[in-house]
Design a binder for this molecule. Sequence first.
Ligand code: PMP
Length: 280
Amino acid sequence: ETVYLNGDWLPAEAAKVSVFDRGFLFADGIYEVVTVYAGQLFLLDRHLQRLNRSLSALGIANRSDSEWQQLFEQAIQKNAIADGFIYLQVTRGADTKRSHLPATMLTPTVFISATHIQLPTELPEPVRVCVMDDIRWLRCDIKSISLLGNILLKQQAVAMGGMEPLLHRAGRVTEGASCNYFIVKNGRLITPPKDELILPGITRDWLVELARDNGIEVHEEAFDLDALYAADECFLTSSSREIQPVGWLDEHMVADGRPGAMTRQLADLFRANAPIAAAK
Ligand code: PMP
């Protein structure tokens, strides 16, 4: 595996960062994950926009979109990626000592890798998710590398036999540890609004637009656990999982546990409009 680190391309084992890197010491950094379908970056512009938002939230200088694009394309080429993803991480850089207050003129640490993954080729079987209290901070809109809350929640969900947590704050549904959620009730497609409690998922946004372009109304509105348990359909979205039907909320079966009509329609729209995963 060939990775990019601060201007160099080198074998992953040879890529080293300082122990004074603020990413290592404080998780003072951000990341982005871009899906690659058949060697092509999917929805790159949207990822670069979100990257820009994350960087400016931390006060880290950005590069031009074309510079990122070139680096990502090189990473795809050097690793011969057909289907997979680009991982980009930018931290505030290596300081001279450990201090919460960063020195002013640090050079950001930039790391890029390209990894092959098997992307779904059809709608996957419904999964169980675990409804859990959202214990994370109040700026979940920043794609921060500080993911301890997400990790603890994911571990607990998996220990309880779920694939993902489905998080709520005082009964209001937010998102997962690494995905966004949608529900359908009486034909109404609902997903939580974009605010500081959720990451604005690229897949979420794209699906919302795709649905609207195809005459399906989408309601970006807060909903609570009562609405969740009353839902006819539930699914989650993320770059790597696309659309994943949810069949169980802990022990509660969503309708008959099978993917509903709206979920299947949206998955078909997704397939028809995304460059589909390369045939195996
Ligand atoms: N929410 C969280 C907390 C995430 O980490 C992710 C993706 N890793 C998502 C939502 C989904 O975002 P995207 O569709 O851009 O992958």
